[in-house]
Ligand binder design. Structure first.
Ligand SMILES: [Fe+2]
Length: 235
């Protein structure tokens, strides 16, 4: 199982604060059946350039790998970023360097408001002209701002949607999460974990609820999306 959205990389953002915490988070992932984790620290264009961010990320990965290499029960980790949307992002140099490693996809955090035409056009331009397929992070946090039909329109344009595991485990929202997954308006689930306390890895519970409610087909579909993302290139 894949966890596509995590803040496990130490000392990069508001996620893990130490290698020890990162290791504890990875162990929890493993216990829940996650065998591949995408490390997606926040990227904010007003604070970092892609080059500076990648340098910081490289150092953090080296530090983490030093402590996990060769250990069993630790999932494979690959690098990515949670790129906060900024106007004109589809035109900037080096944006493709923030894609998930060995894939054409990039996790994008959209603004928490009703998206305007320029924002949607940026997503389309990324996909059509830059070879970067946006995966919209934690869709449940902004669907309520969008006109009906927005998610369908994005899906039809080949943009992928990620939802949080908690969208499926909360009694208030599970019905909507299940409905969206059933209609294939969610392509990936991620924990968006930040620590081991109030925002811990929680993929296991989400997947078992999905299996119970929607059956094996839904889990197979998520695995199929995982293979599509990786295209056989990573493992
Ligand atoms: Fe996140």
């Amino acid at each position: 199982m894949l966890d596509i959205h995590t803040h496990i990389l130490p000392n990069m953002d508001d996620g893990s604060k130490s290698v020890k915490q990162s290791k504890a988070m990875l162990l929890r992932e493993s216990k829940q059946g996650v065998d591949l984790v995408v490390l997606t620290p926040h990227f904010y264009a007003h604070r970092d350039s892609p080059a500076r961010f990648l340098k910081r990320r490289k150092q953090a990965v080296a530090e983490l790998k030093q402590h996990i290499t060769g250990r069993s029960k630790i999932p494979t980790v690959i690098t990515g970023a949670e790129v906060a949307y900024f106007r004109g992002m589809s035109r900037v140099e080096d944006i493709e360097r923030l894609r998930i490693r060995n894939t054409d996809a990039m996790l994008v955090e959209m603004p928490f408001c009703r998206w305007d035409r320029n924002m949607i056009d940026d997503l389309f331009f990324l996909k059509e002209s830059r070879g970067v397929r946006p995966i919209l992070a934690h869709i449940e946090r902004y669907i309520y701002y969008q006109p009906l039909g927005t998610v369908r329109m994005l899906c039809e344009a080949g943009i992928w949607i990620q939802a949080s595991a908690s969208f499926f485990t909360s009694w208030k929202t599970a019905w909507l999460a299940m409905r969206m997954l059933k209609k294939r308006k969610i392509h990936f689930i991620g924990s968006d974990c930040h620590n081991t306390t109030d925002r811990p890895p929680n993929m296991g519970e989400a997947i078992s609820r999905i299996e119970k409610r929607l059956g094996e087909d839904a889990v197979r579909y998520l695995k199929c999306m995982e293979r599509r993302l990786l295209g056989g290139g990573v493992r």
